[in-house]
Design a protein around this ligand. Structure first.
Ligand SMILES: [Zn+2]
Ligand SMILES: [Zn+2]
Length: 93
């Protein structure tokens, strides 16, 4: 009975409109897991968020193939040139 009257702070949380809308994904989209990232614009999946950022320029998407990226056997885009990615792939196995 102590908390009979609440302070009138009935501020509702604002609705979040940002973020990808997964309902618009295609059936052949590769669902990202863990630290992977999926682009809601061109529906490509990247092995890391860093690789996702790499194909974004000035708020637009680049074709990953034109910036030296390639896909692995699962169809995920990655940057083969960096040792960081190589080590990560090696550890994943
Ligand atoms: Zn998609
Ligand atoms: Zn994209």
């Amino acid at each position: 009975m102590a908390d009979a009257d609440n302070p009138g702070t009935a501020s509702e949380p604002p609705e979040r409109t940002d973020g990808p809308s997964w309902t618009q994904c295609r059936p052949d989209c590769i669902a990202p897991r863990g630290r992977q990232a999926h682009c809601p614009v061109d529906h490509l999946t990247f092995t890391t968020v860093a690789n996702f950022d790499r194909h974004r320029r000035h708020g637009r998407c680049l074709d990953p193939a034109t910036i030296g990226m390639t896909t692995n056997e699962r169809g995920l885009w990655l940057t083969p040139a960096t040792d960081e990615d190589r080590e990560r792939m090696g550890r994943a196995r």
